[in-house]
Design a protein around this ligand. Structure first.
Ligand SMILES: Cc1ncc(C[n+]2csc(CCOP(=O)(O)OP(=O)(O)O)c2C)c(N)n1
Ligand SMILES: [Mg+2]
Length: 823
């Protein structure tokens, strides 16, 4: 049913004032007596120990970076180390009230967060569970190292396991938590709820929202915290994430039993600096970061400032926000005041702040003051704290020795010919019918869907019994074919969600989803704010938590708005996690025409350039359904291109048309659309039909038979059938609607030339769109490749066509001129 929310002019035009409520600042008040009663002495001392462990860990890295040795252990660490010395209380306080079902995502400065979250889990989990996590993780690799000769108990061993797993990861070693493929800025340990950390600052903002959506939609326990720096509070993905997290629909339109808003806390570790830019007084205007929650929703995101130098104040705030979030009343925001004494990185000369300022904060150091508080209130005696410091230092020495040794901690990849371990982790190549076993929530059975009923009356083939094309209103179109694949998977996989702009009611920008609004509850198909970054970023968070996500971008040109999410997140997390995470995410992107320069570009080449993405571009309804079926059962991220030119076409190639049942197109296999012996024309996308028209002319006018191959896949792509064809014909032309310069076609041309050089009678020629802006619809014929361009190119550069008169200039001289002119 379409939604109905009245926008009443009498209400929205009425005069009045809008009031904001007070934002609490460092409002924690308690007493040692209450704290001891609440947490117990043991936990309070454990928090001290965890802070000391993080301080020593970061000090060790700092010393190694600056002096090349720590406690006599020499090591040259080439990679980054963004340290958080000074900020320990903020992370230990945060993790204290969290369970392993609560997830934290973070940034480039997250060693402390990973350690705090894991040590909190070590403190809480029973020994048997800890042992099973350690034994099961990466075949027990890290456990194997730390348990050599260990005499201590499971919990003690687990602390070693955590520190070694993180450090080996930072040093790029195979026993690290992500086999050394994540490294310092991306390390994490999911079994304890420490989720991916992001070197793209603010990058965790929208990913965290996706994780929170996953929890809400799939009724999973726990909350999600996005840990973000104060400098990154200005980042687009963070703002978009905040907008998506605060949408009214969670309360107005989603079924009540889903539980309300996604349980997301935006936790800003406010250390008052970016790298050198100062957020207080220079680069931001909020004065108090907590203020940024004020305009977001009537609850002002329950925002408040917390004294991050007091771990108990932070723990209290997290506990209160957690209750709000679990009740579905989020989002929440915390401005956690903290300070890093260490530089942004060890090479930082701290030229942007005074020594006096650093000294002021060091004077009230969080570990020192918390230790004094524990002693004053008889939670611990000084000697006990000294013993903790000593044992932490000894432990760190032991762990460092293990992590620097190449014998004990080897690297996964070594130069030379041999296995390709990193290549083997770029894709998970899984096939999963459903990501969870529960029944899929549907409002209507598939067979009662009005569009399914209407489509049943249509011809499944684009060619009628009379051999003529079937009228577009009577045929299963490419648009219908996509709908069938999507509906099928929705009815099987309960975790599958689709979202984007205008996805519900409108039916997706091009009505592909028409009929789904009636079929699916709001939480499985929903409109988002106009936030392309967060649409893709939330899908990333959703997928890496274990759900299947289908985000949509209305136009390929909007990929720029989700640039980081596509270029750094969707494609990299499977491999950066060393296969710990899967990314069952299909990004639907439509490629336009007729809408001018900012709505008509084919950016397949951008996607082809990114390691870790699969990319498909079906040009027929049969392929549209079969390839989407393939993508929606896979576990890898797929960018699925759809041509707006082709949404209405019927199936012209496969006899019988688009099968009503389920089928998949084999991955990476190009389709030979017409066989021939004189020239091979390979197309990507809708140029297939122009190439077929060119083949008709070649046959009729010049007696040449062209073999037409529809690549349909961009990555992975099996070149063998293309190379076989070129070996047969000796000639090859490639065509697509992407601008010629930098087009993926040039990669294909280069590969084909190298793989079939001996058989080629002419160079492989590329026919792409001009390197201009896409002009108005009426002038598009001068921009996108036309049938004549293919013929003229063949005549000029591949095989002179006797008697052919060119209508465009495709000569080598013109190629020189265009390149010289940059167009
Ligand atoms: C998108 C992006 N822009 C810039 C950088 C470079 N950079 C790394 S850390 C940093 C400062 C971040 O400041 P803040 O968010 O306050 O985190 P903090 O370093 O203080 O923990 C910058 C600009 C980056 N990694 N990613
Ligand atoms: Mg900062």
């Amino acid at each position: 049913m379409p939604k109905s929310i009245l926008v009443d002019p009498r209400e929205v035009r009425a005069a009045g004032t809008l009031s904001f409520t007070d934002i609490p600042l460092n409002a924690y008040v308690s007493s040692a007596k209450k704290e001891i009663a609440k947490y117990g002495k043991e936990t309070m001392v454990r928090m001290y120990r965890d802070m000391a462990v993080i301080r020593e860990f970061e000090t060790m890295l700092n010393t190694i970076k600056i002096k090349g040795a720590y406690q006599g252990i020499a090591y040259d660490h080439m990679g980054p180390a963004h340290l958080s010395i000074g900020q320990e209380s903020a992370v230990v306080g945060q993790c204290m009230p969290l369970g392993i079902e609560d997830f934290i995502f973070g940034s480039h400065r997250s060693h402390g967060e990973i350690i705090a979250k894991c040590l909190s889990a070590v403190g809480k989990l029973p020994d048997a569970q800890l042992s099973s996590v350690m034994e099961g993780y990466m075949g027990g690799a890290a456990l194997g190292v730390v348990s050599r000769g260990a005499k201590a108990g499971v919990k003690d061993l687990a602390i070693d396991f955590v520190l070694y797993g993180v450090l080996a990861e930072i040093f790029g070693r195979a026993n690290g938590f992500n086999k050394g493929l994540g490294g310092s800025m991306h390390a994490f340990f999911a079994p304890f709820g420490s989720m991916p950390n992001n070197a793209i600052v603010g990058g965790s903002g929208d990913i965290s929202v996706g994780a929170a959506l996953y929890k809400r939609i799939n009724r999973k326990p726990g909350i999600v915290i996005g840990n973000i720096g104060d400098g990154s509070s200005a980042c687009g993905p963070v703002w978009e994430a905040i907008m998506v997290s605060a949408m009214d629909q969670y309360r107005t339109l989603w079924p009540k039993e889903v539980g309300g808003a996604p349980p997301i806390l935006f936790n800003f570790f406010n250390n008052f600096y970016g790298m050198g830019g100062q957020t207080l007084g220079e680069t931001m205007g909020f004065k108090v970061l907590a203020r940024i929650g004020a305009g977001v929703n009537p609850e002002q995101m329950h925002a408040e400032r917390v004294d991050g130098f007091n771990p108990l104040a932070v723990a209290d705030a997290i506990e209160r926000k957690k209750k709000i979030l679990l009740a579905g009343k989020g989002p929440a925001l915390l401005d956690v005041v903290t300070y890093r004494y260490s530089g942004h990185s060890p090479s930082d000369a701290s030229s942007y702040r005074t020594k006096e300022e650093v000294a002021l904060w060091q004077d009230m150091d969080c570990i020192k003051s918390y230790g004094e508080y524990l002693v004053e209130n008889k939670v611990a005696v000084a000697a006990e704290l000294d013993a903790i410091q000593k044992s932490v230092s000894e432990r760190m020495k032991r762990i460092t020795e293990l992590a620097v040794s190449l014998e004990i901690s080897p690297r996964i990849a070594v130069p030379g010919i041999g296995p390709d371990p990193i290549g083997g982790m770029m894709f998970s190549n899984g096939n999963v019918e459903k990501m969870d076993d529960r029944p899929a929530e549907m409002l209507l059975p598939v067979e009662q869907n009005p569009r399914v009923i209407a489509n049943a009356k249509k011809s499944r083939s684009g060619i009628g019994p009379d051999g003529k094309p079937v009228a577009k209103s009577q045929v299963i179109s490419l648009r219908d074919a996509i709908f069938e694949a999507v509906l099928h998977r929705f009815s099987i996989d309960p975790t599958m969600v689709a979202f984007g702009e205008e996805n519900r009611d409108w039916g997706g920008a091009f009505a592909v989803y028409r009929g789904l609004t009636e079929a699916l509850p709001y939480h499985r198909l929903f409109n988002t704010s106009i936030s392309e970054g967060a649409i893709v970023g939330a899908a990333v968070g959703y997928a890496l938590c274990g759900g299947r996500a289908v985000p949509e971008l209305m136009y390929c040109d909007f990929l720029g708005r989700s640039g980081d999410e596509v270029f750094n997140q969707v494609c990299k997390w499977q491999s950066m996690s060393a296969g710990v995470l899967k990314m069952p995410l299909v990004l639907r992107v439509s490629v336009g025409s007729k809408y001018g320069a900012q709505h008509s570009q084919d950016w397949t080449s951008l996607i082809a350039h990114l390691p870790g993405l699969k990319a498909m571009y079906p040009a027929t309804p049969y392929d549209a359904k079969g390839m989407l079926n393939l993508a929606l059962r896979g576990t890898d991220p797929v960018v699925y291109f759809e041509s707006q030119r082709l949404y209405d076409i019927g199936e012209m190639f496969v006899p019988g048309g688009v099968p009503a049942g389920y089928y998949e197109v084999p991955e990476g296999e190009p389709a030979v659309r017409r066989t021939g012996s004189d020239i091979t024309i390979v197309t990507v996308g809708s140029t297939l039909y122009r190439a077929l028209a060119a083949a008709d002319v070649l046959a009729e006018k010049y007696g040449l038979s062209a073999e037409i191959i529809d690549a349909r896949f961009i990555n992975p792509l099996n070149y063998a059938p293309i190379v076989d064809s070129v070996k047969k014909t000796g000639r090859c032309v490639l065509a697509s609607d992407a601008c010629e310069r930098g087009s993926f076609l040039h990669t294909m041309a280069s590969n084909i030339s190298q793989m079939a050089f001996d058989s080629l009678d002419a160079p492989v020629a590329v026919v792409g769109a001009r390197n201009w802006i896409t002009p108005a619809a009426e002038m598009e014929d001068t921009f996108f490749p036309q049938t004549e361009w293919i013929l003229d190119t063949i005549h000029e550069r591949v095989l002179p066509l006797p008697g052919h008169t060119v209508s465009t200039n495709q000569s080598v001289g013109e190629m020189l001129r265009r390149n010289r002119a940059g167009v």
